[in-house]
Design a protein around this ligand. Structure first.
Ligand SMILES: Cc1cc2nc3c(=O)[nH]c(=O)nc-3n(C[C@H](O)[C@H](O)[C@H](O)COP(=O)(O)OP(=O)(O)OC[C@H]3O[C@@H](n4cnc5c(N)ncnc54)[C@H](O)[C@@H]3O)c2cc1C
Length: 466
């Protein structure tokens, strides 16, 4: 049996008095908690997450640390420039977690080459001295040689450029663990509800509820936030057996300007992640699944770009962009700008933005918070200069599961499958495959036979069906 750090953190959460309670264990909550403790302001910081850390959008996105090439079309130069700046910072402070990835834009017809070439020249200019590498052009023949199965009809050129990739759930976990190592009390499966002067925590594994004492609340609940009118936009991905031949990702712009990525995927690099969509989502943040329309749209892009490819999607995943509501703009065009604001009850809220810019957004929020709780003190942000500890996962299943449970607070089967690893995003799950993973957890967490069977059934039923 493991030494249960979650239970000791839960006991601390209950008994101590907190200066700041961060609600939400996605990338924003994790970044804020880490920034706060690294400032060494002497503040007591707690972070609670109602599910597992990174179980929301932050673990189910396109896994890119990127400037966002497509936002140039909407003249969002500030957003792109900030994101490129952050891309460079994350490559420097988290080299084991964020890595450069080369992309190919296949160019069809007369104008693609010049239109996207101009965009990439601007992209390079905005990245300035922090660029990963300048873009370069290939002829149509060179592009077809690199990717022999790309649709050839009117393929005139290819453009190669760099962005960054990340195991996005892992970067959340590493931020949370580093925040804990610097004194934060972090508890997953702990939902928070608050009214002025009162905070109630619910242990969502046991159902137990108790009050805690917190002076200041930070609401980083993403798509669950009720602090402002949000526009929830669903994005879905399909996972295929490997489509492209080369090691680069492919970026394809559809006729509406939406960008679809084909990203090398899987621990053995034998899969391709295809996405994403942009669809208004109206059924609430707990019910997020790919629709038939999104599935056919993504399939049609695969068929258009790789007409000879015959593979079928093996699974899918979807999540929500909590965007700031703007009237009259399409889901694709709605701005990815973020907003930080305080409500009359003293709660600080953060919303919008991109995963890539979480560190900068966290810095802005913590600066705002410290002006209030530690006025006049010079407490510079240290997250742009303090490296995140590296991480080498064990190769074998059993030690990997043990690490997920002991180090990373995995308490349900899905936590291992979609956060500590992406095993669940690499295959269509069946009971036979899940059984040994669940047995490992059963032993570590003393699950009953009934609980083990329920965990397996839940994962089989909940997985993204192709
Ligand atoms: C399909 C898709 C692809 C994307 N791809 C990229 C990309 O490649 N690069 C990029 O830069 N950006 C990308 N983004 C945007 C980015 O992923 C999000 O902006 C970011 O992850 C939001 O993080 P968050 O912490 O605000 O939200 P979340 O990760 O959703 O975290 C919020 C957390 O709060 C918890 N919570 C809610 N209510 C409570 C409560 N009452 N008590 C306790 N906990 C609570 C939730 O369980 C959740 O875990 C993408 C978005 C989508 C939808």
């Amino acid at each position: 049996m493991i030494q249960d750090r979650r239970l000791s953190n839960l006991a601390r959460l209950r008994s101590e008095r907190w200066d700041v309670l961060v609600v939400g264990g996605g990338i924003n909550g994790a970044g804020i908690a880490r920034d706060l403790v690294l400032r060494e302001a002497g503040l007591k910081v707690a972070l609670v997450e109602k599910d597992h850390f990174a179980s929301g959008t932050s673990g189910r996105n396109s896994q890119l640390i990127h400037g966002g090439l497509r936002y140039l079309k909407y003249f969002d130069f500030g957003l792109v420039s900030d994101a490129l700046h952050e891309r460079a910072t994350l490559l420097r402070v988290a080299p084991g977690l964020v890595q450069p990835l080369e992309f190919l834009i296949p160019c069809y017809g007369k104008t693609d080459r010049w239109f996207y070439g101009a965009g990439l020249t601007l992209y390079d200019a905005l990245a300035g001295g922090r660029n990963i590498g300048h873009h370069r052009a290939l002829s149509g023949a060179e592009t077809a040689k690199l990717e022999p199965e790309l649709a050839r009809d009117d393929l005139r050129a290819g453009l190669l450029f760099f962005d960054g990739k990340v195991h996005s759930a892992r970067l959340v976990i590493e931020n949370i663990l580093d925040a804990e190592a610097h004194g934060a009390c972090v508890v997953n499966y702990a939902g928070a509800r608050w009214t002025p002067g009162e905070v109630e925590i619910r242990d969502t594994l046991t159902g137990e509820e108790f009050p805690i004492r917190a002076k200041k609340i930070v609401n980083a609940t993403g798509a669950w936030s009720t602090g402002a009118p949000l526009r929830l936009v669903r994005g879905s991905h399909l996972i295929y057996p490997r489509i492209q031949k080369g090691s680069e990702a492919i970026a394809y712009f559809d006729e509406k300007g939406r960008i679809i990525f084909f990203i090398p995927w899987g621990e053995n690099d034998d899969l391709t992640l295809v996405g994403t969509t942009d669809i208004d989502h109206t059924t609430g943040p707990e019910d997020v699944r790919i629709s038939d329309g999104e599935r056919s749209y993504l399939k049609s892009i695969v068929a258009r770009l790789f007409p000879a490819f015959r593979g079928e999607a093996i699974t899918s995943y979807s999540s929500l962009r909590p965007l700031l509501a703007e009237s009259g703009r399409s889901a694709t065009a709605t701005s990815r700008e973020h907003r930080i604001w305080e409500t009359a009850d003293g709660v600080l809220h953060i919303s919008g933005g991109k995963y890539t810019t979480y560190r900068e957004m966290s810095e802005e929020l913590v600066d705002t918070l410290l002006r209030d709780v530690a006025p006049g003190r010079d407490l510079p942000c240290r997250t742009a200069t303090t490296p995140l500890p590296g991480f080498t996962p064990p190769k074998e299943m059993a030690p990997r599961v043990e690490m997920a449970v002991e180090r990373e607070f995995a308490r349900r089967l899905q936590d291992v499958l979609y956060v500590s690893t992406y095993w669940g995003h690499e295959r269509h799950l069946d009971r036979a495959w899940l059984e040994p993973v669940a047995r490992e957890m059963q032993e570590l967490l003393w699950w009953t036979e009934d609980r083990t069977a329920r965990e397996i059934s839940f994962c089989v039923e909940q997985q993204g069906l192709p």
